[in-house]
Design a binder for this molecule. Sequence first.
Ligand code: GAF
Length: 408
Amino acid sequence: MAAPSPGVSELVAAARRVYVQVFGDEAPQLAVCAPGRVNLIGEHTDYNQGFVLPMALPLVTVVVGSQTSGQDVTVVTTTEDADEPRRVDFSLPTDGSQLSPGLPSWANYVKGVLQHYRAPPVPGFRAVIASSVPLGGGLSSSASLEVAFYTFLQQLKPDNGDKVLKAVACQQAEHSHAGVPCGIMDQFVSVLGREGHALLIDCRSLEASPVPLADPGLVILITNSNVKHSLSGSEYPTRRRQCEHAASILGKDSLRDATMKDLEEARDRLDDVTYRRARHVIEEIERTTCAAEALKRGAFKEFGKLMVESHNSLRDLYEVSCRELDELVSAAMEVEGVYGSRMTGGGFGGCTVTLLQAQAIDRTILHIQMLNLNSPDDNSNRNSLQDPVSLNVGGELYTTTLDTLTRC
Ligand code: GAF
C-alpha cells in the first residue's frame, strides 16, 4: 500500500517553507484548507437537479499567504506539472474589468474565485498552494482549490459567511474560468461536508442532510486508476447538453422531474443515445435516495448493490467509464467482504470507490494490486495504478478537517 498522504499540518508546513523561500524570510500570516471529496453514489445527477451522496475526504488543498500593500498578486503552486510554470503574477483590476483566464491553467481557479468573490474588492496578496488531492483523479482537486482559495479571500476581506453562496460562487468560477459546466456537488461538499458523515444533497433546493457514516466495521477504499481525466474536453458538456435535450423533449424543466414512465412514453421521440442518457439520470436519482436510506439503516449489502448498479449504468447507458475503472470494480467485487464498488466522479478515468468490511481491507487491496491494467506491450506503468486510500470511517484514518482556518 502506498505511503499515507500528508495531513493538513504537513501540507501547511511544506507550503510555508516554499513561501519563505520564494518571498524572503517573512512567514505567511494565514493558512486555510478545503477537502476533496469522494462521491458514494449519485453520478451526473447534480446538473439535472437531482440527489448526490458524496463525503469530504482527508485529502485537502491548503493555501498559505499574506496580504500585501497595493493590487499585485503572486501565487505559487507546489504541485508539479512539467508543462506549466508554478508561479503566476498579475494585478487585480481596479476598473471593474474581468480577470481573463489564460496560462498557467491551474491559476484559472484562483482568477475565477477572485472574479466571483462575494465581497470585492480584495487587497493584493502573496500565496502558496499545496494539495494532497490527486490532480485529474475524480476526487475534486479543482473544487478543493476553489474553496480553499475562497476561504483565503474571506480572511483577507470577510463576506457575509453564507456557505451555500460560497459553494455557488466557486461553481461559477469553474464555469467561467475553467470552462467546465459542472454541477454543484463538488464545491458544496467541500464547503459543507461533515466529519463522520456523507451528505445527501438535493441539488435543486440546495438543502443537504448529513448521513452518519461512522461504523468502525466499515471501510471505504478509493483506488486510483491513474487514468487522468479532464472534464473540460467535450464529453462532460456533451452529456449535460444531452440531458437538457431529453428534459425539453419530455416537457420538463430538468430530468429531476421526469419518471421512467414519462421516458418510456416519449421513447419514439428520443434517439437511442438521448434515451440512454436520460434513463441513467432518472434511475440514478432514485438509486441515490434509496442508497441514503439504506445507509441510515446500516443495510450495507443493499447499498453495495446500488453502487454496482450505478457503475453498470455509468458504463453502459451514460458511457463515462473506461476499461481500467471497469476492471477495478470487477476485481473488487470478487473479494469476500466487499459490499459494492463503482467509478466515482465525472469519469473517463480517475478513481473507484469501494465499500467493504474492515476485515476485508488487506485482501481487497492485495487482490486489486494483482491486476495489470496496462496494455500487454506497455509494461512501463505496470502495477503503478494502485494508490489506494482506505478510510476506516469509524477510525483514525478519517480525519477530515473542513473549511479550517489555521493561523500560522
Ligand atoms: C464532476 C462535476 F464537477 C460534478 O459537478 C458532477 O457532475 C460529477 O462530475 C459527476 O457526478 O465531478
